[in-house]
Design a protein around this ligand. Structure first.
Ligand code: ARG
Length: 232
């Protein structure tokens, strides 16, 4: 975890899976400072609430359990709001609209969209909406891995035919790593909205977080953070 708050400050314990650029990641030179759209936004939300955000890096499929066991107060991890998770957690108002896309080797010609994934080997991150969607594809062999970095490595190694992952993460990966051996397909599956997740029943925190988000949207702070990560 970073930036342990000095005594007297109210701490918001944030859980993330910091392998999901541009939403949450650590930079290449080994800095432990967590970066990304979600990290800036949750820090701004915490500050608005009079708290300091203390960020912990957890496996994606360990985030909800970590909250249930009381180790974190809130999840900021590009987490898609869906019915299944709504039974387990309290979601904030949505803060980002996303969707799923496919990455394949550049020279691939037979996979042009989701309909072509039948019977293919697909890498996904464990516990994600990509995993859920991949498992619905007829005859597909789904490799569920710990991180999105691992899924791209499997693709590069030729061990899978395709990766399914969130659209902005696929695009950022290709641009940032200057990957020329893979491409992102245009076909987009689902429209998903990200929300911060809190412990089921913690409506007090949810109300504070939603109020802070609303203020940040009204005062231009949200737009500044959005521009920093997604602006052209
Ligand atoms: N949006 C997807 C989901 O909710 C993937 C999120 C993965 N986030 C991460 N930090 N690894 O399942």
């Amino acid at each position: 975890s970073d930036k342990a708050a000095s005594s007297g400050e109210k701490v918001l314990r944030v859980g993330t899976n910091a392998d999901f650029a541009p939403f949450e990641f650590q930079d290449e030179n080994g800095s432990t400072e967590y970066q990304g759209f979600d990290m800036d936004l949750i820090r701004a939300v915490a500050k608005e609430m009079g708290y300091t955000a203390e960020i912990q890096n957890v496996n994606f499929d360990g985030l909800i359990p970590a909250m249930e066991s009381g180790n974190i107060d809130i999840i900021a991890s590009g987490m898609t709001i869906n019915e299944e998770r709504k039974n387990q957690v309290e979601f904030s108002d949505p803060y980002y609209t996303s969707g799923l896309t496919i990455v394949v080797p550049k020279d691939n010609t037979d996979i042009n969209g989701f309909a072509d994934l039948k019977g293919k080997k697909i890498a996904v991150q464990i516990g994600t909406t990509s995993m859920e969607e991949a498992q619905k594809i007829e005859g597909a062999e789904v490799k569920a891995l710990n991180s999105s970095a691992d899924t791209f490595m499997e693709l590069k190694a030729g061990n899978v035919d395709a990766v399914i992952n969130d659209l902005p993460v696929n695009d950022y990966y290709i641009v940032k790593t200057k990957a020329t051996d893979v491409k992102r397909l245009d076909d987009k599956l689902t429209s998903e909205e990200y929300g911060f997740a809190m412990k089921k029943g913690n409506t007090e925190l949810k109300q504070k977080v939603d109020a802070a988000l609303k203020t940040l949207k009204e005062n231009g702070e949200y737009d500044k953070i959005y521009e920093k990560w997604f602006g052209t």
